[in-house]
Design a protein around this ligand. Sequence first.
Ligand code: NAP
Length: 447
Amino acid sequence: MSGTGDGSTLKFAVVGAGPAGFYTVETLAAACPGCRIDLIERLPTPFGLVRSGVAPDHQSTKNIQETFAKIAELPNVRFLGNVEVGRDVTLAELNEIYDAVVLASGAPHDAPLAIPGERLRGVYGAAQFVGWYNAHPDFAALDPMLDRAGAVIIGNGNVAIDVARVLSKSVEELAASDIAAYARARLAVSSITDVHIVGRRGPLDAKFTTIELGELGELKEAVAVADPAQIPETVGDGFSPRDKRVKAKNLDCFQSFAKADAASRARRIRFQFNARPVEILGQERVEAVRFERTQVIAGGVTGTGETFDVPCGMVVAAIGYRAHPFDGLAVAESGDRLRNDNGLIRSGLYVVGWLKRGPSGKIGTNRNDGEEIGARICAEVAISGKPGFAALESLLHKRGVRVTDFADWKMIERAEIAAAPPGAPRQKFARIADMLACLDRAREAVA
Ligand code: NAP
């Protein structure tokens, strides 16, 4: 990419190199010929949740990285890794430097359970726990407690299923994954035999997708079980034909889980419905979760007053995520996105992906988002002579920020592939310092 200090082209900064960021870059590059796009990422590694959210045993989902790599290597696109907006450069500065800034950094924080005992040792949010097993530098030191037979996962979405599956797979089943090396070792000696997935609504209200649910019926060392008394015989009425088809497929899975023999395997994934957590019990650490039975009335969840306890040594709350309040920008009342008007925050500042619409949908959902915001920006933003990359580079240089580029990422990737254990695609670095040291070593070797 040539210098970008001229004032004759549109200059864009996209913050966050996950799916929403890449799809936005792709659209801007196609829709605004001649524009320059800087993709700014906090980590030296790109791909966001594809790298650190998608489960390590779902490698085929991660193939989308190849498409994203092609976008990063477009001639008018530049990847700036290891640069944190809010720490290394402010949003106000980016707005001064670029014609438009797009925030695509997702909803990275765990939603709180907001019940007593939430801060006990052994209670984790899904962002923490998934980040731990996926080698996200923020969570590599989590050191979760896997030393008791019981584990409770709260929530009935696909993240809950991912966590249950990773906790229940054998060493052999995880061999072809890119799970963090330390997580592979810890899970190999885990004492967990019973993973309880608990939802506050009924089985037909669960947000699981059928493929993910069905996978739990195919594990080698674990059996998925449900209480027959909680599983209806039919879906019933009151749904659109499409919803009815989806729910019927999930119901097939639950019905087979209700017939399964809990003693047939060494480990169990136990589904429990219509129960909401009211307290995490324990003194030094979590010992159990107290749940209240619920009814769903007119779409709302109501407690019945009846409670029961599920003993466990760890809890993962997979109940959704919260947005990061960037440089004082207003977060929506729901807490999971920034306040925005169909992607616009203020003149020259846009938002896309989970940070725009909340944490929902699949990777491909971000493609529509990226296309919409890209088209909107191209229609609304005019060339204003802003300096773009040249000004950002000088600012980051003055602040001593070590910026990594896409060639650096490729070097990190090669080192991860070279270090892969037998059968695995890669062994991820989990510390930024180790990634940078790997780059130093590679440079020294060339010099
Ligand atoms: P989700 O699908 O929104 O599920 C969140 C779950 O948490 C719901 O069951 C919700 O119940 C429950 N919940 C929320 N607050 C609660 C509380 N205070 N107490 C008890 N339960 C509570 O979220 P997710 O599982 O985090 O997934 C996020 C997105 O990523 C989804 O679109 C998901 O499909 C996607 N994803 C996809 C895959 C895949 O395709 N393989 C894998 C992982 C994630 P209510 O329904 O009652 O609100």
